[in-house]
Design a protein around this ligand. Structure first.
Ligand code: ZN
Length: 431
């Protein structure tokens, strides 16, 4: 893409918007005028870039980063107050569901997975695939016919919440799980997919971070690793051992950075859990849910070079995007991660594709940018976002089933518009 900067909606936050005075620490939000000179400077460091509005690039900076910009002679404007004024509307009061409204806490995820398992003993099995740093369970829900046995079927992974503040990324895989189970008996297509595949859903990979984001600091992104230097957190989606830390653009070696990659590859227990699951299973495709940007990304993220299966990945993304648009009219752009958004190294999709050669997608859920809400999705938007993501997930599962049955194939099944309409209707009936 020509101007990558426009799409750097980034790691980030328009953050620190106070809320908890102490949490603000002394970070500030500043803007710099976009120019070839400023872009050149910003590109050389892993700043927490929030986005671009009307020719100004907004950045969330620590005092040391601010000093760095000053020493480089880059003019900036402090914009922190602008965001503080609005902070109330960023934190809507919820009538129900506790502090995080209808979004799930760790406990609520656990309860919901137990409920789904109990109500569907032949189709759903909850398992603990690992433990977080703070000893919370990392849960997976396996969905398949004869769920207790390990059948020779295509396996697919849907995973949410590598990043704590991306609350919507918990809800989408959780609602997909619920949909599959609730519609199994009356929807032939769902039945076929569930019968012929083993779908693994990990809705919450970063429970420590999520809890911290709910109860202490809404913009928390990483896990809660004590880095031993009074900073906390490793970016879980930069910790996987594939091209880990190949440069300091796609991740950072600085502990306080929001994209800190960790001391060593696979150092975090949450990532080890995913890796172990891969070693035990035979995954054929995966979707990793994130927010925000409304975009479907595929490998490579660490380089602008094309992946060997670039055509397949592109075609699958394109068809998923088509299916998504057909639901609510919302357009998800798509492309190779490094081109479409920003360079990343050590993320799950590069790892899964690099090590296992399977189609692996990051779906950045809505909204499209931080001026449209960033990490905040309205409560009433959870369901539409789930509904538009449903046919895309089913489509990928179908691809996995087909390619598993026929032997690995680079063929892409056509989009089934009729089916898509059908699914939406069902989803509405459910509510
Ligand atoms: Zn993310």
């Amino acid at each position: 893409m020509k101007n990558k900067f426009l799409f750097i909606w980034v790691f980030g936050i328009f953050m620190v918007i106070l809320v908890l005075g102490q949490q603000r620490q002394d970070r500030e939000i500043i803007s710099v005028v976009k120019s070839p000179h400023s872009i050149e400077i910003l590109k050389t460091h892993t700043f927490d870039l929030l986005g671009e509005i009307e020719g100004k690039i907004f950045i969330h900076v620590s005092p040391s980063e601010l000093s760095l910009l000053q020493s480089l002679g880059l003019a900036y404007k402090n914009e922190t107050d602008k965001f503080i004024k609005n902070h109330k509307q960023d934190f809507p009061v919820h009538d129900q569901g506790g502090i995080n409204g209808p979004y799930h806490t760790y406990q609520e995820v656990e309860d919901e997975l137990s409920r789904l398992e109990q109500e569907n003993p032949n189709l759903a099995r909850k398992s603990i695939v690992g433990q977080s740093l703070e000893n919370r369970n990392l849960y997976a829900l396996k969905i398949s016919d004869n769920v207790q046995s390990d059948e020779s079927e295509a396996e697919v992974l849907l995973i949410g919440c590598h990043h704590a503040r991306e609350w919507i990324s918990v809800e989408v895989p959780l609602l997909i799980a619920r949909y599959l189970l609730e519609n199994y008996s009356q929807n032939n297509y769902v039945q076929r997919l569930v019968n012929e595949s083993e779908i693994w859903i990990i809705p919450l990979l970063n429970p420590d971070g999520l809890e911290y984001s709910i109860y202490y600091y809404r913009y928390w992104r990483k896990n809660r690793r004590d880095n031993g230097d009074s900073t906390f957190g490793v970016d879980l989606n930069r910790n996987y051992d594939y091209q880990w830390g190949i440069d300091d653009i796609g991740s950072s070696s600085t502990t306080m950075s929001d994209v800190y990659r960790g001391m060593s590859p696979n150092s975090e227990p949450e990532i080890q859990a995913v890796i172990q699951l891969f070693q035990q299973r035979d995954f054929r495709a995966l979707i990793s849910y994130h927010s925000y940007s409304q975009v479907i990304l595929f490998p490579w993220g660490y380089t602008y070079e094309q992946a060997e299966d670039s055509d397949l990945l592109l075609q699958l993304s394109k068809n998923m995007s088509k299916l998504m648009k057909a639901v609510n009219g919302r357009v998800y752009s798509f492309g190779q991660a490094g081109d479409a958004l920003y360079l990343t190294n050590g993320d799950l999709t590069d790892w899964a594709y690099g090590v296992y050669g399977i189609p692996a997608f990051t779906i950045e859920l809505p909204p499209v940018d931080f001026t449209s809400g960033g990490f905040f999705n309205a409560d009433e938007d959870i369901d539409p976002i789930f509904r538009e993501n449903l046919p895309a997930a089913l489509y990928l599962i179908e691809w996995a089933v087909d390619s598993y049955t026929t032997g690995y194939t680079r063929q892409v099944p056509p989009v089934k518009h009729l089916l898509c309409r059908n699914l939406n209707k069902k989803a509405e009936d459910r509510r």
